[in-house]
Ligand binder design. Structure first.
Ligand code: ADP
Ligand code: ADP
Ligand code: MG
Length: 679
């Protein structure tokens, strides 16, 4: 067995591989780019090596750098995970030259299966039926056009070296083919380093079915049943399950047999997956491609077989024989996986980046979470959007489905936009529940797109009130200091005897951006005349409006307040009224005098239009027995005077807007006020 394994990957799969290594008593070395210095996978491993700047091409995809890292740390093998270098034959070859082992198949299998053209030729030799198409050597437009006519439109133009759902183009009409070929060639060359194309008949309602294979270096090869991965968007998998639902025994055993034949034909000696598509209602699955690596969705197979596939992969690479024969491998129950991605399905799947303010994985019977992030992780735009995988196992498909639905609802992830709510809505679709799946499923189920607030339960309004309560609690906390005043909220302090001061807030929530008037404190306030009660705890807040109480998990970052109930997360921004002008003023090349804390304006020493000097006192405020003299941050002209003596203002409120004089660079907002204590 290996002593030290370098994991040439990041995110959830690096963490997943480290887990098995630890159990096997193997030391792990993580690699990281500058963007991942504090990433979870770095902390999960025993040690870590920096491999370069954030760009994948100069870090995770740099063979030289990673081979050098493996050498430097004394690794006796490298696990490539998926993506990145996992399917580059040059990588294991270079490692072999350095005397370092490879946790994957022999390089020739990677090379030949990495070319979809070559793979299809091999499949045919092995008696495995392929999707009808053209995968010949002659790549001229004329030959491809003739082939397309023979295949029949629509056709799919694919990059032979493509992967990850990229490099595919649907062509419906013969006249569109030449342009599509030119574009596909250019794209394939730049993305995959080869302009080679192939054509396939485009199946209109296919299912994606795939078979997990496991082999060793002694000629043993078994299958670990199949997975259904038809729930896809843009040719990329979103939910996967094992076994495939609604599949006849004949087709099932045909699949397993075909996968084994192909694996044997190439002398397959590791973990790998043979992918097929099956047109809905047809009997014969067609070979698509083979992935010569650990697959994203391997956990569903682990659940239903009770095996650790990473362990099998490592043991095989270390020269051990497979621990079980085909007859010893059996299937228990059903498992479903959902990919949690940092992308916003309500906003055209825009990638979500930022700091994960909170990540509380769900618990429950039969629930497994493979995550690459935790509370405090930073999601950068440099890599894949996959954050974590939620996997549920049950005795039946129904039980697995219920468990996964509960797991999705039970996950708390705040600070970064994710597809969590969308995943839950997908699971709730009748067609999904029935297991009636084709790759068209998502497009058909959400024909008009997907909307966040589908249930019409007004949850967004409760979330907004929770955000206001959290803002008020913060305002009180920041006003708190020693002495009796500290225990009172600023609004009460500053109100004339007998009534509470009103304060205006800018609120950006599900209901859009607007100003609201609030009166009271965090526990009990009136918002736009409506009484609200709130109970704020360190991680939960419950809000009562009109006798109805709803609870939210919460997290705060600057003006941003994230709230979550069930699978739906809300982001609200709350700020003192007028703060939205801060940005506008700064953009206009101006600068502002801002209230440093909540309080009362006791004096205004300037007028609109007046030319003022940097440092000149503009406004005098009183708050918490402190007098604040607020100076001009820049030299310039008073563009707008936004307060008057006697006004109660909140922290961050813009009091004076100044148009800076030419040459006087805008200063950071909120320059230090001079301050002294009354008595
Ligand atoms: P799986 O087939 O295991 O479900 P995916 O197709 O979702 O995996 O891809 C897994 C990861 O590998 C993704 O990050 C994807 O972008 C990446 N990937 C897969 N194949 C390639 C390839 N040939 N080149 C670059 N990245 C790839
Ligand atoms: P990749 O290497 O990017 O994973 P695949 O050949 O495995 O490429 O195809 C990815 C997905 O695209 C499949 O899972 C399937 O949904 C869809 N697809 C591929 N080929 C066809 C086809 N001929 N007709 C319809 N859909 C296809
Ligand atoms: Mg594929």
């Amino acid at each position: 067995m290996f002593r030290i394994v370098l994991i040439a990957n990041r995110g959830e799969i690096a963490c997943r591989i480290a887990r098995t290594c630890r159990r096997l008593g193997v030391r792990t070395v993580a690699v990281y780019s500058d963007a991942d210095r504090d990433a979870l996978h770095v902390r999960t491993a025993d040690e870590a090596v920096r491999i370069g700047p954030p760009e994948a091409g100069r870090s995770y995809l740099d063979v030289d750098v990673i081979v050098a890292a493996a050498r430097a740390c004394g690794a006796d093998a490298v696990h490539p995970g998926y993506g990145f270098l996992s399917e580059r034959a040059v990588f294991p070859r270079r490692l072999a030259e350095a005397g370092i082992g490879w946790i994957g198949p022999h390089a020739e299998a990677i090379e030949r299966m990495g070319s979809k053209r070559d793979a299809k030729a091999l499949a045919r030799l092995a008696g495995v039926a392929c999707v009808p198409g053209y995968d010949g050597e002659d790549q001229s437009d004329r030959v491809l056009a003739e082939a397309a006519a023979r295949i029949g439109f629509p056709v799919l133009v694919k990059a032979s070296a493509g992967g990850g759902g990229r490099g595919m183009r649907r062509v419906d009409l013969p006249e569109d083919l030449p342009a599509a070929l030119a574009a596909a060639r250019a794209e394939a060359q730049s993305a995959f380093g080869s302009a080679e194309l192939l054509l396939e008949k485009l199946l209109l309602r296919p299912r994606h079915l795939e078979v997990q294979l496991a082999g060793d270096r002694h000629g043993n090869l078994v299958h670990l049943f199949e997975r259904e991965c038809s729930v896809q968007r843009n040719y990329q998998k979103l939910l996967e399950e094992a076994p495939a639902p609604r599949l006849g025994d004949a087709i099932r055993s045909h699949l397993h047999g075909a996968a084994l034949r192909l694996g044997r034909a190439i002398g397959y000696d590791s973990l790998g997956t043979v992918e097929f598509i099956l047109e809905d209602g047809m009997e014969e699955p067609w070979f698509l491609e083979m992935n010569t690596r650990l697959q994203v969705e391997h956990p569903v197979t682990e659940c239903v077989t009770g095996l650790d596939l990473v362990e099998w992969q490592i043991r095989a690479a270390a020269g051990e024989t497979l621990p079980l024969t085909q007859n010893d491998i059996s299937l228990r129950g059903h498992a479903i996986e959902a990919r949690l991605c940092a992308e916003d399905p309500a906003r055209d799947y825009q990638p979500g980046t930022g700091t994960v303010l909170r990540f509380d994985p769900p618990h429950g019977d039969g629930v497994r979470v493979d995550t690459g992030v935790g509370t405090g992780s930073v999601v950068t735009p440099h890599y894949d959007s996959l954050l974590a995988k939620l996997v549920a196992h049950g005795a039946t498909r129904g039980e697995a489905l219920d468990r996964l639905a509960r797991a999705i609802d039970g996950l708390v992830v705040l600070g970064v936009a994710t597809n969590q709510a969308f995943l839950g809505d997908v699971l709730a679709q009748p067609a999904f529940q029935r297991g009636q799946l084709t790759t068209r499923f998502l497009a058909e189920a959400f024909a008009a797109g997907w909307r966040e607030d589908g249930e019409g339960d007004n949850q967004g309004a409760w979330a907004e009130m929770a955000a206001v309560a959290l803002w008020l609690a913060d305002a009180k906390a920041s006003a708190a200091g020693p002495g009796p005043w500290g225990t009172l909220g600023p609004f009460r302090v500053l109100a004339p005897a007998g009534r509470q001061a009103r304060t205006c807030l800018d609120l950006v929530g599900l209901g859009g951006a607007r100003a609201i008037e609030v009166c009271g404190d965090a526990a009990r306030f009136e918002a736009e005349g409506r009484p609200v009660a709130a109970d704020t705890r360190p991680s939960m807040i419950s809000v009562t409006v009109d006798g109805v109480t709803r609870g939210f998990a919460w997290a705060k970052q600057g003006d941003d307040i994230w709230l979550q109930a069930g699978r739906r997360a809300f982001r609200a921004r709350v700020a003192a009224a007028g703060s939205s002008m801060i940005g506008a003023a700064a953009e206009a090349g101006g600068s502002s005098v801002v209230a440093a804390m909540p309080g009362l304006v006791s004096g205004v020493e300037i007028e609109e239009g007046q030319i003022i000097e940097k440092g000149q006192v503009c406004v005098v405020m009183e708050a918490m027995k402190v007098v604040l003299r607020l100076p001009a941050p820049v030299t310039g002209r008073v563009a707008r005077l936004l307060c008057a003596p006697g006004d109660t203002v909140t922290a961050g409120a813009v009091l004076v807007e100044i148009k800076a004089a030419q040459g006087d660079a805008t200063q950071p907002l909120g320059t230090e006020p001079s301050m002294y204590r009354l008595r």
